[in-house]
Design a protein around this ligand. Structure first.
Ligand code: KE4
Length: 436
C-alpha cells in the first residue's frame, strides 16, 4: 500500500478503493500517470465531476486543472453535452455502420483545422498516431520517422523512444517489450533544435518519411516552439520530400479553434487529434491533405480499422463540444483565465524564493520549479520533482487538483471562474510558503 498522503483531508474511502484496485489492476489504475507515483501519496478516487470541480469518494471537492487530461475544456458534464448524449442514447450506443453524426463532426474538424481536407476517426490519440505513422510510410515509401525527446505520441511501440508523459514521469528507460527492430527507424532530436533535424536528414538521405511533433509540448511539462522552429520544420520537410505531422491530440481546439497550426500559421501535411474532439468520450482522429488521406482503406491500400470508431455517442459529444467552443470570445476567455493563473503562480513562487519558470497558451499552462528557460526535455529535467511532489500534495489539501506529474501540462476550462482562480492562487501562495 502506498503511504497515506499525510494530509488533513479524510481520504479513507479513496485509500480503501485504491487498495482494492491494486489487487485487480496493475498499479491500481487504467493509465500509469494516474497512480501518483512521481508525486507520492495516494491517488484521489473520483466520485463525480461538474464544471471546474471534481469530488472524491470521501466528499472532498477539488478545483480540477487536469480536466480528464484535456477533454473537459467546456467544463465537466456540460448540460448541453449531456442533453445531446441523452438524445443519441435513445437511438443507440454503437452502430458499426455509417451514421450522419460522423459527417457532422468531420465537417467541423475539416472547417476548423487548416491542414485537414479529409479525416478518419479512431478511438484514442494513440490509435491516431499509430495510423498516421503508417500513412506517412505508405505515402512516402520511406520507413524512418523523426520525433522529439519528451514528446509523447501515445504508447505504440515505435513512439516509445525518449517519450514524454507517463514514460518521463516514471523515468522509464523506454519500455521493455518494444523490439529494437521497431524503434530502429525512430530517430530523435532535441525540441527546438533545427540543426539536429537538418543533420538527421543529411545522415539519412531519402529515408525519412517525416517529422512528427507536438507543436506545443504538453507531455514534458509545457514547452513552446521558439520563433522559427515550426516554420523551419515546414521548410526542411519540404526540401527533403518528407511529411510534416502535428500531433494536436492535446493542442487541437485547446489553444485555438484551429489548433496550434492556426495559431502559429504553419500548416502541416497531416494532423492527429483526440481529447477535445471527443468531448469526454473516446475519440481520436487523423486527417490532412486529401491526396494523402485517399491512401487510407477502403479508398486506398493503407489498412486501418476500429469497431467503435465514429460511434454515435462519441460523435455527439464531440459535435456539441465543438459547437460550444466555436462561439465568439471563447478562446479570449480561456487565454485570459489561464494567463492570470500562471502569472499568479509564478509571482507567488518567486515571492517565496522558489525558482520557477512558467507560461501558458490558450487553455493550457505549465511551470517548472527551476530557473529556466526550458526549451527542450533535457532542460525540463532540471525541474525539482521532489519539491513538485510536496507542492502537489499540499495543493490537494487545499482542494486544488493539479496533474500528478512535473512532466504534464495543466488545463483550464470555460467553467473555471474568477473565484476559482482566486482560490487557486491563494492556495499556491500558502503552499509555496509552506513547502520550502
Ligand atoms: P491517448 O491514447 O491517451 O488518447 O492519446 C495519446 C496522446 C497522443 N499525443 C499527445 C500529444 C498526447 O498528449 C496524448 C495523451 N496525453 C496524455 C496526457 N499527457 C494522456 C494521459 C494518460 O496517458 O493517461
Amino acid at each position: 500500500m502506498l503511504p497515506v498522503t499525510g494530509n488533513s483531508l479524510d481520504t479513507s474511502n479513496s485509500q480503501e478503493i485504491f487498495r482494492a484496485a491494486q489487487e485487480l489492476m496493475p498499479g491500481g489504475v487504467s493509465s500509469p500517470v494516474r497512480a501518483f507515483k512521481s508525486v507520492g501519496g495516494q491517488p484521489i478516487v473520483f466520485d463525480r465531476v461538474k464544471g471546474s470541480y471534481a469530488w472524491d469518494v470521501d466528499g472532498n471537492r477539488y478545483i480540477d486543472y487536469v480536466g480528464s487530461w484535456g477533454p473537459a475544456i467546456c467544463g465537466h458534464t456540460h448540460p448541453e453535452v449531456i442533453a445531446a448524449l441523452q438524445e443519441t442514447l435513445e437511438k443507440g450506443t454503437s452502430f458499426g455502420a455509417p451514421c450522419e453524426l460522423e459527417n457532422k463532426l468531420a465537417e467541423k474538424v475539416i472547417n476548423a483545422v487548416p491542414s485537414v481536407e479529409m479525416v478518419r476517426f479512431v478511438n484514442s490519440g494513440t490509435e491516431a498516431c499509430m495510423a498516421v505513422l503508417r500513412l506517412m510510410r505508405a505515402f512516402t515509401g520511406r520507413e524512418k520517422v523523426i520525433k522529439f525527446e519528451g514528446c509523447y505520441h501515445g504508447h505504440a511501440d515505435m513512439f516509445l523512444v525518449k517519450a514524454g508523459s507517463g514514460v518521463a514521469t516514471l523515468g522509464l528507460p523506454d519500455s521493455p517489450g518494444v523490439p529494437r527492430s521497431t524503434t530502429a527507424n525512430t530517430l530523435t532530436a532535441p525540441y527546438n533544435d533545427l540543426e539536429a533535424v537538418k543533420e538527421l536528414f543529411a545522415e539519412n538521405p531519402d529515408a525519412i518519411s517525416g517529422v512528427i511533433l507536438e507543436p506545443v509540448v504538453g507531455n514534458a511539462g509545457f514547452i513552446t516552439p521558439e520563433p522559427g522552429f515550426l516554420e523551419g520544420l515546414r521548410e526542411l520537410t519540404k526540401e527533403n520530400g518528407a511529411l510534416l505531422v502535428f500531433d494536436e491530440v492535446m493542442t487541437g481546439f485547446r489553444i485555438s479553434y484551429g489548433g496550434a497550426q492556426a495559431r502559429f500559421g504553419v500548416t502541416p501535411d497531416l494532423t492527429t487529434m483526440g481529447k477535445v474532439i471527443g468531448g469526454g468520450l473516446p475519440v481520436g482522429a487523423y486527417g490532412g491533405r486529401a491526396d494523402i488521406m485517399s491512401m487510407v482503406a477502403p479508398a486506398g491500400a493503407m489498412y486501418q480499422a476500429g469497431t467503435l470508431s465514429g460511434n454515435p455517442l462519441a460523435m455527439t459529444a464531440g459535435i456539441k463540444t465543438l459547437d460550444l467552443l466555436n462561439q465568439e470570445g471563447t478562446y479570449d476567455r480561456l487565454e485570459t483565465t489561464t494567463q492570470r493563473l500562471i502569472k499568479g503562480i509564478v509571482e507567488s513562487a518567486k515571492a517565496a524564493g522558489i525558482p520557477i519558470t512558467g507560461s501558458s497558451i490558450g487553455g493550457m499552462f505549465g511551470f517548472y520549479l527551476c530557473e529556466g528557460p526550458v526549451r527542450n526535455f533535457e532542460e525540463a529535467k532540471g525541474t525539482d520533482t521532489e519539491l513538485f511532489g510536496k507542492l502537489h500534495r499540499a495543493m490537494l489539501e487545499k482542494g486544488v487538483y493539479l496533474a500528478p506529474s512535473a512532466f504534464e501540462a495543466g488545463f483550464t476550462s470555460l467553467a473555471h471562474s474568477e473565484a476559482d482562480i482566486d482560490a487557486t492562487l491563494q492556495a499556491f501562495e500558502e503552499c509555496f510558503a509552506s513547502v520550502t
